[in-house]
Design a protein around this ligand. Structure first.
Ligand code: FAQ
Length: 341
């Protein structure tokens, strides 16, 4: 579909959402009865929908988490976008373009899901641009070779699938439904990444060395995507109680390790962890210690590419200003026409 073809509808919806923000039922005072009914609904496995009563903390937690997720998808376009012009064949270029475009789509679904909680997308974007909102730590690392594109698909999309398959069962309806669609696309992303990795791993000595180097540089950082260990995860208790998350950061990280180790063996690549070994008692692969100092450094804005990523997003925002203004004007005119104002 061309940009021209999607422009009017897409722009109209952006402006309409902005002008007619969902009226949330947040003014009703929070009483123990409300809270009990809300928690009962969740424990029965029912979804919470935008117009249902919800505690202010639940709403705030979801806005925080969904908007961080949306920002991650958009910032996540940058490391891979870096290789679109240098993809080794037309086929690889087409696939990478489609993947990066999918990530933009995921960001848009997620901003829409956040807007159902009564927040304006512009506020969320401004929080990102002001450095007040987080996005995933993983996107603050550089993509140094073509093999990084394969490894990102395999590890980063692979980790995202593990996390998001759980979030597809989230108690908040719009988030869980967005996750269902996103996960099916992430599955394609992971397969295309693993295919690049397998091709390089079966290639020349230089190609094998290149892909092993990429694996070495992305492995630990992919484990960090799941967030701090459970003992240091301040949001987990609340999110688990309200079934926004259904599993802990450590449980998901372990699942990712268990899935990925055999995949690495299948293509004769080594994961850079001398403590990695199968534990026949637990049925899990035990792994070494994560460098949490590095993790906190990155999420506090001091990773290798934080400044570069933010600069790119601020420039994109500035360059897109005229499009937003044109969209608002187009929507305003169309709205006046349909309402005969
Ligand atoms: N990076 O108390 P917890 C993708 C922050 S999508 C940065 O454990 P929580 C697709 C956390 O926000 C990847 N910050 O937090 C793709 C909190 O800070 P705050 C994104 C992190 O919420 C592929 C503080 O640390 N996915 O990759 C990170 O219970 C390829 C304490 O942490 C999502 O966002 C981190 N890794 O658990 C795109 C999924 N970890 O806000 C392009 C939705 C933690 O209190 C190319 N989010 N922090 O100041 C989640 O599942 C959760 O929010 C977690 C964190 C697991 C990220």
């Amino acid at each position: 579909m061309t940009f021209r073809a999607i422009l009017p509808k897409e722009l109209l919806s952006i402006v309409l959402v902005r002008n007619f923000k969902t009226k949330m039922n947040t003014t009703i005072q929070e009483t123990p009865e409300h809270l009990a009914a809300f928690e009962n609904k969740i424990s029965c496995g029912e979804k919470i929908e935008p117009k249902d009563w919800m505690p202010e903390r639940y709403r705030k937690q979801l806005i925080r988490m969904i908007s961080q997720h949306a920002h991650s998808e958009i910032v996540g376009m940058l490391p891979e976008g870096n290789w679109i012009t240098r993809a080794p064949s037309l086929r690889r270029k087409k696939v990478l373009l489609a993947k990066v475009q999918d990530e933009a789509g995921h960001g848009l679904y997620l901003y829409c899901a956040a807007e159902t909680l009564g927040v304006d997308r512009r506020e969320l974007v401004e929080a990102l641009l002001a450095g007040k909102a987080k996005y995933s730590s993983i996107f603050n690392y550089p993509t140094l070779s073509w093999a990084d594109i394969g490894v990102i698909g395999w590890f980063v999309d692979g980790a995202a699938i593990v996390n998001q398959t759980m979030l597809a069962r989230s108690s908040y309806g719009p988030y869980s439904r967005a996750m269902l669609r996103i996960c099916s696309e992430e599955n394609f992303h992971k397969k295309q990444g693993y295919e690049i990795v397998a091709t390089l791993a079966n290639g020349t000595a230089e190609q094998r060395a290149m892909v092993q180097d990429a694996v070495n540089r992305w492995w630990w950082q992919s484990l960090m995507m799941f967030g701090p260990s459970d003992a240091n995860s301040p949001n987990s208790e609340e999110l688990l109680r309200w079934k926004v998350k259904q599993e802990t950061n450590d449980e998901l990280r372990q699942r990712f390790v268990n899935i990925t180790v055999p995949q690495a063996k299948a293509v004769n690549l080594t994961l850079p962890d001398s403590d990695l070994k199968f534990n026949s008692e637990t049925g899990d692969y035990d792994f070494g210690k994560i460098n949490w100092e590095e993790f906190y450094n990155v999420i506090n804005g001091n990773g290798p590419c934080n400044a570069e990523r933010m600069k790119a997003r601020r420039l994109a925002d500035e360059n897109g200003k005229w499009v937003r203004e044109a969209a608002e004007e187009y929507a305003r005119k169309n709205f006046s026409k349909t309402k005969n104002i």
